[in-house]
Design a protein around this ligand. Structure first.
Ligand SMILES: [Zn+2]
Length: 476
């Protein structure tokens, strides 16, 4: 797909997250995603085009190609040239096609997808559905989508954990850019010719023709600020329709469908993540390719000129385009929202962990204060008794010393005993005043420490309740 198509699909996905009926469970997170996203929408034309303009990993990461096994077994099927293009030749001969070949795999399983996908519903009626196919192992579009999804979540985690200004911190712009880059790979998976191993006439000129058809419609439908490489926006912040031109039926369809189509949170049956989902998308995209360009002649003879004369083009091109681009918007919105909800879920747990630690500290402080008020009065009484006893001892020693002095006896030992008794009294009094000071402080701070502890508990419980609400409702 071309630059404006990619940027437009990403903007339509954003619009879908805002205007489709998102399941109650994900509504709050969806709103938060849109609020965040709208700050970075200007990056879309550059971001969604980055894989083509900079990464240039088209020959393996923008594709996940398939070929019907039965067609390979027919002579002149076109797989030889597909192998030459996509796998490579050894000594001028295509490699053998069997399960031992390290470059391909042969399977017949098709994934079950959400009912909201039109490509899936259509694909189930295809003659190639559930028929064995050859798949090329080096095509890693699904891996690319999965790793970009994970890296989005990881980047948000780094952004949360690091102090502002930390050198390792990713910027929000950077993360938004990666959302748009991810949308490119997802959209490419929906372009049937990115999933079809046939090689058409003149380096697949028909592929470029189809993508140009779509891109021309996008460029004609919207006002574009070409100097700044961005869309002009309507009052809601989405691409502004060009008042001078009537949008094509395709554009109108996608704009309407993004609101009307029910939003399914599911990945579909056995699918659990972006990889599984995109793997299914590529399978139905492959089936769609055989509707878009039927296998009724040698692919090498299918030029744009020939294609323009076919029934597939003349009667069905618009309908197929609607299915393909409508589903692309659906999938981008789904993958984005899943990634965002996973980050938000992690973030809520992270916030709860902080509140738990804060509550534990407040509880420790409050318990210590409470214990002082409980036990110090007893300790003080004991200390006072000890002082009284020590003072009596001191008095006895003092008397003994005075007696020795008056009798003119040696006073060294008696003096030492008297001094030791005096030091003990002094020490006990110091301990008493420490206990009294601690008790005074505890009494005056008790209310505050209790209030801080209760406040921390309330904050923690409210976060727990919030998480429980999401736990019940979100399955991220
Ligand atoms: Zn691409």
């Amino acid at each position: 797909m071309k630059q404006y198509t990619h940027a437009w699909l990403a903007m339509m996905a954003m619009k879908r997250i805002e205007y489709a009926k998102i399941p109650v469970k994900q509504q709050d997170d969806a709103k938060a995603l849109i609020t965040w996203f709208k700050n970075y929408r200007d990056l879309v034309l550059q971001g969604a085009w980055y894989p083509d303009s900079v990464f240039k990993d088209m020959s393996n990461s923008h594709i996940a190609k398939y070929f019907p096994l039965a067609d390979y077994q027919k002579k002149g099927s076109g797989l030889e040239s597909a192998l030459a293009d996509d796998v490579g030749e050894i000594d001028g001969e295509p490699e053998e096609v069997n399960d031992e070949n390290p470059k391909i795999r042969i399977e017949s399983k098709f994934r079950k997808m959400p009912q909201t996908l039109r490509m899936f519903n259509r694909g189930k009626g295809s003659v190639l559905y559930d028929q064995p196919y050859i798949q090329f192992k080096r095509h890693n579009l699904c891996d690319r989508c999965e790793s970009f999804t994970e890296s989005l979540i990881d980047s948000f985690k780094i952004l949360t954990m690091e102090n502002p200004g930390a050198p390792v911190i990713p910027s929000n712009n950077h993360i938004a850019m990666r959302f748009f880059i991810l949308s490119h790979y997802i959209a490419d998976g929906h372009m049937p010719l990115h999933c079809d191993a046939r090689s058409f006439y003149n380096k697949n000129e028909v592929h470029a023709f189809i993508e140009k058809m779509w891109d021309d419609q996008v460029q004609a439908a919207y006002k574009i600020d070409e100097y700044n490489e961005r869309f002009y926006y309507d009052k809601d912040g989405y691409p502004l329709l060009n008042e001078d031109t009537e949008p094509s039926p395709l554009i109108k369809y996608v704009e309407k469908e993004l609101r009307d189509r029910s939003f399914s949170w599911d990945w579909g049956d056995d699918n659990n993540n972006t990889w599984d989902y995109m793997s299914g998308i590529s399978q139905y995209s492959y089936l769609m390719a055989y509707d878009l360009i039927p296998a009724d002649r040698d692919p090498k003879q299918i030029s744009t000129e020939y294609y323009l004369g076919t029934e597939a083009y003349q009667k069905h091109f618009e309908e197929y385009s609607k299915i393909i681009l409508g589903d692309a918007v659906e999938s981008i919105a789904k993958v984005w929202l899943h990634a965002w909800c996973r980050y938000r879920s992690w973030f809520r747990d992270h916030e709860l962990a902080i509140l738990k630690a804060k509550t534990k500290t407040a509880q420790t402080v409050f318990n210590a204060t409470d214990k002082i008020i409980d036990t110090h009065p007893g300790l003080i009484t004991k200390k006072q008794d000890a002082i009284e006893a020590a003072e009596q001892t001191l008095q006895t020693r003092e008397d003994d010393l005075n007696e020795a002095i008056s009798k003119g006896k040696s006073v060294k030992t008696k003096t030492e005993s008297r001094d030791a008794a005096a030091r003990k009294v002094e020490k006990l009094k110091e301990e008493l005043s420490r206990l009294e000071a601690e008790l005074d402080k505890a009494v005056s701070y008790w209310d505050i420490h209790q209030a801080v502890y209760i406040a921390a508990q309330l904050e923690m419980k409210s976060k727990e309740a919030e998480i429980e609400k999401y736990g019940k409702t979100n399955s991220v």
